[in-house]
Design a protein around this ligand. Structure first.
Ligand code: SF4
Ligand code: SF4
Length: 498
């Protein structure tokens, strides 16, 4: 713990740790100093000159991102001199900036627009033509670069130099022709490339997936957790429920990282960021019995019918579950399948394509969010090889599959193995490849349609909130397990009376 010093900010006596950057010390007490190049995770080159403040005794305005707090210091971020310096810096940034706001994706969340309205509103003294640069550079699979809009803050180059260390972007040229460009022979296709869009304070780097789909002021933002791997990054779901036609009919328009110093800092990976495209595809919405013919049931009728099926299955019941289940789902799962039905056969290990690339930044090997939640309840997964043998041997009377695609577990053998089980039940948000060949289908909500918690690989619990309405009659998995458990008493009575 460093020394606490007293200083004055905008006329008010404050305390801060000695040496704390003035821009951060001000933020701590709710005073926002305008800035572009400074980013807490990317350093403080001090090149944008937007964060200049007046420091008593200093001969000229000082960059607050490069000035530490000292005992007795007197700082003004809102004095006439400070404001004049900030406005002049903004005017310089806008000298060559194109008037793209009506078509720019950043419009509505742009640092230039925001600061112009807060500290700008000057009479422009620029009379020269604007410098034109390349406006449509495909920087990589996910990112477009518009050089004209760039204000050369260097946040993006610092991200690829210092965070991913992949160096795909750089500053080229000199003077008025200086520009950000893709390093010759490279493409911006590292596993975290989408983060440059987030750090760019203007519309120079935009998301190819999101470009021209929806204006940002139509988006509803909900705190969530990425289910893409066991890191469990904190994210924000940006949904476009009122105007899905602006976004190819998709309700989720984009995912953005949410700052969480204990889990993901400011970042998320591209797999997680762009992994929502199938969210609305092939969804189950109705409670169905599919044999001998397709019949729609109410949840209560289904629960009563399935309670008989599950109770009568005895030791012949096997459950294939998923690391996508929340802690709440796992608790209800345990209560139903272990405590009430004493099921011995549980299979929830990741399938081969749920194990993937891992790195030192964020990505973890297991591509499901919550195997730890099952572990915490003492649940252990059997091996799928063993399940295949038991199916082949005709030992499985009832196969209950939750949020899993059997073709991804058993490959070409999946259909044949599934047909060996007497009764098959599919529960989940999606139909998956074999969804039409189950005897029962129970629609479950996707993670964006419910609230719950995941426990990440380090045992940290992250909560996610409901961003969207459920599709059709779908319910959270824990609620479905609860309905079945409640219906079990009737099944037991019927079995005893038979
Ligand atoms: S592209 Fe964006 S982040 Fe990169 S230097 Fe330009 S303004 Fe800054
Ligand atoms: S690291 Fe994992 S949890 Fe984080 S964004 Fe990527 S896939 Fe999602």
């Amino acid at each position: 713990m460093g020394k606490v010093v007293k200083y004055k900010l905008n006329g008010v006596e404050r305390e801060a740790l000695e040496g704390r950057l003035v821009i951060e010390a001000a933020k701590d007490v709710g005073v926002e100093i305008p800035h572009y190049c400074y980013h807490p995770a990317l350093g403080n080159p001090g090149n944008c000159r937007m964060c200049v403040v007046e420091v008593a005794g200093a001969p000229k305005p000082q960059a607050s991102c490069r000035t530490g707090v000292r005992e007795g210091m007197v700082v003004s971020s809102d004095s006439e001199a400070a404001k004049r310096a900030q406005t002049s810096a903004l005017e310089l940034h806008l000298v060559n900036h194109p008037l793209d706001c009506p078509v720019c994706d950043q419009s509505g969340e742009c640092g230039l627009q925001d600061y112009y309205m807060k500290i700008g509103r000057y009479q422009s003294s620029v009379r020269e033509d604007k410098e034109h640069k390349d406006k449509r550079i495909v920087a990589g699979p996910h990112v477009m670069l518009d050089q004209e809009r760039c204000i050369l803050c260097t946040r993006c180059t610092r991200f690829v130099d210092n965070v991913t260390k992949t160096h795909e972007l750089g500053i080229f040229g000199m003077g008025h022709s200086e520009r950000i460009d893709v390093t010759p022979g490279m493409s911006l296709d590292n596993a975290y490339s989408g983060n440059v869009v987030d750090v760019c304070p203007v519309g120079a780097l935009t998301d190819r997936d999101f470009r021209y789909k929806v204006r940002v002021w139509y988006l509803d933002k909900t705190d969530s957790i990425c289910p893409g791997c066991s890191r469990g990054c904190s994210i924000s779901v940006h949904a476009n429920t009122s105007r899905p036609w602006h976004n190819d009919g998709k309700r989720v328009a984009r995912l953005k990282p949410r700052f969480n110093p204990a889990v993901n800092g400011h970042w998320m990976c591209d797999d997680g960021r762009y992994g929502f495209s199938n969210l609305d595809a092939d969804r189950l919405g109705k409670v169905l019995r599919l044999t001998p013919q397709k019949t729609e049931l109410t949840w209560d009728a289904m629960a009563a019918e399935l309670a008989d099926v599950l109770w009568s299955a005895g030791e012949g019941l096997a459950v294939v579950a998923s690391g996508m289940l929340s802690n709440e789902d796992w608790a209800a799962y345990k209560s139903l399948f272990l405590d009430a039905l004493s099921v011995k056969r549980h299979y929830f290990a990741p399938e081969p394509d749920q194990v993937g690339a891992e790195d030192e930044l964020l990505r973890k090997r297991d591509k499901v969010p919550n195997l730890k939640g099952a572990e915490a309840l003492g649940l252990k997964s059997g091996s799928f090889g063993e399940l295949a043998e038991e199916l082949e041997a005709g030992k499985i009377k009832t196969l209950y599959v939750i949020e899993r695609d059997l073709t991804r577990i058993f490959g070409e053998r999946a259909q044949a193995l599934q047909s060996k089980a007497g009764i098959t039940i599919l529960q989940g948000p999606n139909k998956y490849a074999l969804g039409d060949s189950f005897a029962y289908r129970l629609p479950a909500t996707a993670y964006v349609e419910e609230e719950g918690c995941f426990t990440n690989f380090e045992g940290k619990i992250g909560a996610y909130k409901k961003a969207l309405a459920p599709i059709g009659d779908s319910k959270p998995d824990w609620e479905i397990f609860g309905l079945l458990q409640k219906a079990l008493s009737g099944a037991k009575q019927r079995a005893a009376a038979a």
